[in-house]
Design a protein around this ligand. Structure first.
Ligand code: GLP
Length: 241
C-alpha cells in the first residue's frame, strides 16, 4: 500500500486527475472505474479542463461508476449516470457505448448486476478504480458488515445519504431506495485501486481503514490486502495517520 499525502485540496484534485489521465495515456483502451460525491467533483473538473486544452485519443477508453442508485429515474441529477455524464462523459466526448452503467430502473436487478459484470469482463475487467470512501467506511455502496466475497448487488444505502436523496427527490417514505454497487470482491479484482479522501471529516475513518484491522466493520479496510493500491489524501484527511 502506497500512501500519497498532498499538501492541500487543490494539490489533491490535480494529483487525482493525473491518476485518471495517466491511466488513459498509458493504456488507450483502459477501463476506468469512477466514484461520485464531493471528493471527485474537483478532480473530474480538472480532467475535463486538461482534455479541453490538450485533447488526446479517448475513443477506446471505457468508463463506469462503482455504483448507481436504484428505483429513481436516471435523469435525476443525483444519479451516478447523470453526474459522471455531466462531469466526464460529455466533456471528453466518450461514446455512449463506452460508458458502462447499470439502469436505475429495472424489473430484475440481480440480472442487471450480472449483466454489468459481464460487460466489464468482456472489456478485460477494470484497470483502475478511483475509489471514494464514505463516512462509515463504505466503498461503492457496500455498507459495514458486507462480506468481502460480495459480488455486484443491490445494497441498502447509508442512512445519511439516503435521507439526502429522499429530500432531493421527494420520493415517498415507503418507496424503497438502494444502490447497485460493485461488490467488494469485484472492487478487489481491479488491477489498481486509488482510494481517495479529502477533508478533515474523513481523517478518522481513514485512520481506521488504513491503520486498523482489516474487518468487514470498515469495508474500506479491505484495500490493505490489495497488491496495487494507493491511498491518496489531502493533508486534512491524513491528519490522523
Ligand atoms: C456515496 C457514493 C460513494 C462515495 C461516497 C463518498 O456513498 N455512493 O461512491 O465514495 O459517497 O462521498 P463523498 O466524496 O461526497 O464524501
Amino acid at each position: 500500500m502506497k500512501i500519497t499525502i498532498t499538501k492541500n485540496e487543490q494539490e489533491f484534485d490535480v494529483t487525482a486527475a493525473w491518476r485518471i489521465i495517466g491511466q488513459m495515456l498509458a493504456k488507450p483502451d483502459a477501463v476506468i472505474g469512477l466514484s461520485t460525491g464531493q471528493t471527485t467533483i474537483g478532480m473530474h473538473g480538472i480532467v475535463a479542463a486538461i482534455y479541453k486544452q490538450y485533447p488526446f485519443d479517448v475513443s477506446r477508453i471505457t468508463l463506469f461508476n462503482v455504483d448507481e442508485l436504484t428505483n429513481l429515474p436516471r435523469e435525476y441529477a443525483g444519479s451516478c449516470y447523470s453526474i459522471i455524464h455531466e462531469q466526464l462523459v460529455k466533456p471528453l466526448g466518450i461514446a455512449e457505448e463506452n460508458f458502462i452503467m447499470p439502469p436505475t430502473m429495472a424489473d430484475d436487478f440481480v440480472a442487471e448486476a450480472r449483466l454489468f459484470d459481464q460487460r466489464l469482463a468482456a472489456r478485460g475487467g477494470a484497470d483502475l478504480q478511483m475509489l471514494g470512501i464514505g463516512w462509515n467506511g463504505h466503498i461503492g455502496i457496500n455498507q459495514p458488515g458486507t462480506p468481502f466475497e460480495s459480488e455486484t448487488w443491490v445494497s441498502p444505502m447509508d442512512p445519511i445519504f439516503e435521507e439526502r436523496v429522499r429530500k432531493e427527490t421527494g420520493v415517498a417514505a415507503d418507496h424503497v431506495l438502494g444502490g447497485l454497487t460493485l461488490g467488494i470482491k469485484n472492487i478487489m479484482q481491479t488491477r489498481k485501486i486509488v482510494l481517495i479522501a479529502k477533508g478533515e471529516h474523513k481523517a478518522e475513518i481513514i485512520e481506521k481503514a488504513i491503520l486498523g484491522p482489516v474487518t468487514t466493520d470498515i469495508p474500506a479496510s479491505v484495500v490493505q490486502l490489495h497488491p496495487n493500491c494507493e491511498i491518496l489524501l489531502d493533508a486534512a484527511a491524513a491528519s490522523r495517520i
